[in-house]
Design a binder for this molecule. Structure first.
Ligand SMILES: NC(=O)c1ccc[n+]([C@@H]2O[C@H](COP(=O)([O-])OP(=O)(O)OC[C@H]3O[C@@H](n4cnc5c(N)ncnc54)[C@H](O)[C@@H]3O)[C@@H](O)[C@H]2O)c1
Length: 449
């Protein structure tokens, strides 16, 4: 990592770019006729990418035309290539885009650090994008994704599929129906203890790169480092700052999503984190982030306090949870929305629990059925639906989540946020962490370096 001074200059440069994307001024997206199939490519076909791909391809109107993975083994590229034998296979997503004139839409299911590079390049070519959560690795990238989707007029969806599940849809309806009145306070938590590495230093040494893994392409925009078996690829990259976004980044876009939808939140005005000092390269194993949002038509008072807790067994303090009877066991992860007329528990993921004032449970609320988050995107690309987690929604949600991860770098210090200017207005040393430096040769055109 370069010095702080050079990081400052770097950030000044991107602030000057001010969202002015170096992207083509027009979109190439094909307007599909009613009987035409949507031709889809998948980048990152293993892990979550497998269910993203099969989820989208469940639509009879979708044809899978290209598959990309840096790992050609059975679990990653292999099984996808077997299932979709007509699709052309790639190791390098840039080659796929170069050759992909026939691709209408792309599914991006790589580790977090590659979401924006792949998605922005695809949108610049007029491709519709389904991209996993969190939408990006940095706050600045999340803003670029919103701008690019709009500029290129493409259909987008973030992969926070629980949004489309009956549980979250019903919770949002309960709030919109006024059953808990206006909301005064929110507590959200993830009490699970993930298996991926946190709070450690980078082990020394290296392992031979398996012949089926293109390690340089996996690293992509991140600074090159030696390969270590099982430490990063696959799945365990989450704990490393260079690739992932820690527990808040991993779960925030799920757990805070029904809160955002229900309360129509956009950007916080400030936040402060409590967390142990970060190791240089990994994320912490516990954090509390206290956000303040401006009021909305769904909230009471001038501001809304939302507190996020993550740690093994983390839960909000019981005394803070008005209307929740002590006999009720909180779920391992979820949210409590405290309203003027009652409180709503939104477990991650199970049916919402509604308690009226004094703790009386209420169960006779209207349920809202699930919809298919993946097929919704495919249908929307064909002009037959609207996505509910398009980048103009998912961008601000991701910015909020990732701002929390910036706060974790400065425990105990309040970060005041000006979303319009994309600026932390009171703590200049935090501002550089809205973005990052990109590896030599991988500098994206949308960041002026
Ligand atoms: N929505 C959900 O519920 C959910 C659940 C799990 C993961 N995710 C998200 O999905 C994404 C992937 O997570 P995962 O757990 O599947 O990770 P993973 O490491 O298990 O899988 C990533 C896949 O992408 C491939 N890949 C990596 N870099 C690539 C590149 N540059 N080009 C092409 N292929 C590449 C890998 O080989 C692997 O097949 C992350 O953003 C994660 O946050 C979402």
């Amino acid at each position: 990592m370069k010095s702080l001074t050079s990081r400052r200059q770097f950030v000044k440069a991107i602030a000057v770019a001010g969202g002015a994307l170096a992207l083509p001024a027009f979109s190439y997206s094909r307007v599909l006729g009613a009987n035409e199939r949507l031709r889809v490519a998948s980048v990152g076909t293993g892990g979550k990418g497998w269910s993203d791909l099969t989820g989208v391809a469940a639509s009879p109107a979708v044809e899978v035309v290209a598959l990309c993975n840096i790992d050609s083994s059975k679990a990653h590229l292999g099984q996808a290539a077997e299932k979709y034998p007509e699709a052309k296979t790639y190791v390098d997503w840039r080659k796929l885009l170069d050759e992909g004139k026939n691709v209408d839409g792309i599914i991006v299911s790589t580790p977090d650090h590659m979401h924006a590079p792949v998605s922005l390049a695809a949108m610049a070519l007029g491709k519709h994008v389904f991209c996993q959560k969190p939408l990006t690795h940095t706050v600045h990238e999340a803003r670029q994704m919103q701008l690019a989707a709009k500029k290129n007029n493409v259909v987008t969806q973030m992969g926070n599929q629980i949004q489309s599940h009956e549980a979250y849809r019903t919770a949002v309806k309960i709030v919109h129906d006024g059953l808990i009145g206006k909301v005064t306070e929110v507590h959200s938590w993830q009490g699970g203890s993930p298996s991926w590495p946190r709070n450690i230093d980078r082990p020394e040494g290296s392992d031979p790169v398996p012949e089926f893994v293109a390690w340089d392409l996996w690293q992509g925009v991140a600074a090159p480092r030696p390969y270590k078996n099982g430490l990063y690829h696959a799945f365990n990259w989450r704990g490393w700052q260079a690739y992932g976004t820690g527990q808040l980044g991993d779960f925030g876009c799920h757990i805070l999503d029904p809160v955002f939808k229900a309360l129509e939140l956009t950007a916080p005005t400030q936040l402060v984190a409590e967390a142990p000092p970060l190791k240089p390269e990994t994320w912490t194993d516990r954090a509390t982030v206290r956000y303040v949002f401006p009021s909305t038509s769904r909230t009471a008072g001038e501001t809304l306090n939302l507190t996020w807790y993550d740690a093994a067994g983390a839960q909000p303090p019981r005394e803070a949870l008005k209307n929740i009877p002590s006999s009720y066991s909180l779920p391992g992860a979820g949210s409590v929305l405290i309203g003027e007329k009652g409180s709503l528990v939104i477990p991650h993921v199970a049916a919402p629990q509604l308690f009226l004032e004094g703790g009386q449970p209420k169960t006779d609320f209207e349920k809202v059925g699930s919809v298919d988050h993946y097929v919704q995107w495919a249908d929307a690309c064909r002009g037959e639906a609207k996505t509910t987690s398009s980048f103009d929604y998912a961008g601000p949600l991701t910015e909020t989540v990732l701002l929390g991860t910036v706060g974790i770098r400065f425990p105990g210090q309040t970060l005041k946020w000006d979303a319009d200017k994309l600026q932390i207005t009171n703590l200049p040393e935090a501002q550089p962490w809205l973005t990052k430096e990109y590896a030599k040769g991988w500098e994206p055109t949308w960041v002026k370096v």
